[in-house]
Write a protein that binds this ligand. Structure first.
Ligand SMILES: Nc1ncnc2c1ncn2[C@@H]1O[C@H](COP(=O)(O)OP(=O)(O)O)[C@@H](O)[C@H]1O
Ligand SMILES: [Mg+2]
Length: 323
């Protein structure tokens, strides 16, 4: 994926450095000469011009994500077709993906988990109201913005949901069921695993899986193959969360288990309802902590955040991530 490095796209975007390659695309650190700013450039992996479905999916990602314009969504700047390739230009996020954060720290605090999930709910609520289902909620697509310009205020964290890559207009939801083909089965909803029609509720289930992983350090279902994991999503009840992390408050475990219900009607009825439950739970935990004066509020973004030599954010807080 280094063949693009040094290439100038559309006479203005200079591709500088390969960041990562995911399920269906590669992402590059890119310099926009016209506006003189760093951007992220996404190139759809081996996009065949004749693969009209892939091309259309990529165009939809651009349009759906650009139209969203929400503080918790990565901003889409431009969409370029050149050299038979498709390039998506977006806001460059300084900061790790939630996946990296979980891998580095194993468990997140209850209050951090609640805050991150609530911010994802905020953007999902807007998307769902407009008829968009994200379809690929996973910690790799949740970025934790952590440099000056994107942090709302000192000590707070700004979540940026990315990759409306397989977003489709809800009315089109019957078109394909390619969730498994495109990536991991870890976050598949039961209905997706069964090949049934997706609804907004499927995103809330996947967010429940992400919450489980933030608290337990692993998703609820693991297995040797994608199919074995998908089958568990379809029909196995998740293991108790406190089995993996005894510090998870029961009220929080209840929320995660409700999100992970097999039947959509047993889950939260909307992202707004789930967000409200998360905020309420956070409020109660904070009150309890204050009453006991034992659990300090976690510092979501360390104040001594420093950009590393690579330009990627690095945390240097000795207390960050400890319990
Ligand atoms: N806007 C962005 N700014 C900075 N890095 C990004 C951005 N979007 C994606 N990335 C990085 O590129 C990686 C690959 O992204 P992607 O192709 O969407 O695959 P996946 O979501 O499966 O990891 C992400 O995991 C993330 O580390
Ligand atoms: Mg992604």
């Amino acid at each position: 994926m280094t063949q693009f490095e040094g290439t100038l796209i559309a006479g203005r975007y200079e591709i500088r450095e390969h960041i990562a390659t995911g399920g269906m695309a590669s992402v590059f650190k890119t310099w926009d000469h016209r506006v003189e700013r760093l951007v992220a450039m996404k190139v759809l992996r081996s996009l065949d011009k004749n693969d009209l479905r892939a091309v259309e999916r990529f165009r939809r990602e651009a349009r759906a994500a650009a139209a969203l314009a929400h503080p918790n969504a990565v901003t889409i700047y431009d969409f370029v077709e050149e050299f038979g390739q498709y390039f998506l230009v977006m806001e460059y996020i300084h900061g790790p993906t939630l996946k990296k954060e979980i891998l580095d720290r194993r468990h997140l605090h209850a209050l951090e988990t609640l805050e991150i999930a609530a911010q994802v709910c905020a953007v999902l609520q807007v998307a769902h109201t407009r008829g968009f289902i994200h379809r690929d909620i996973k910690p790799q697509n949740i970025m934790l913005a952590s440099s000056g310009a994107t942090v709302t205020s000192a000590g707070s964290l700004l979540v940026k949901l990315t990759d409306f890559g397989i977003v489709r207009v809800a009315e089109d939801a019957g078109l394909t069921n390619s969730g498994i083909v495109l990536g991991t089965a870890d976050y598949l909803s039961p209905e997706q695993a069964r090949g049934e029609k997706l609804t907004a509720s499927s995103d809330l289930y996947s967010l429940g899986v992400v919450m489980f992983e933030m608290l337990a350090g692993r998703p609820p279902f693991i297995g040797p193959t994608a199919v074995s994991i998908a089958m568990q999503h379809a029909s196995t009840y998740p293991p108790p969360l406190h089995q993996f992390n005894a510090n998870v408050p029961p009220a929080l475990e209840q929320i995660v288990m409700k999100a992970l219900e097999k039947e959509p009607e047993d889950r939260f009825l909307s992202a707004a309802e789930m967000q409200q439950a998360l905020r309420q739970c956070a409020k109660e935990l904070q009150l309890q902590a204050r009453a006991h004066q034992t659990v300090p509020s976690p510092q979501l973004v360390p104040h001594n955040f420093q950009p590393g030599a690579s330009g990627q954010g690095q945390f240097h807080s000795p207390g960050y991530g400890q319990h």
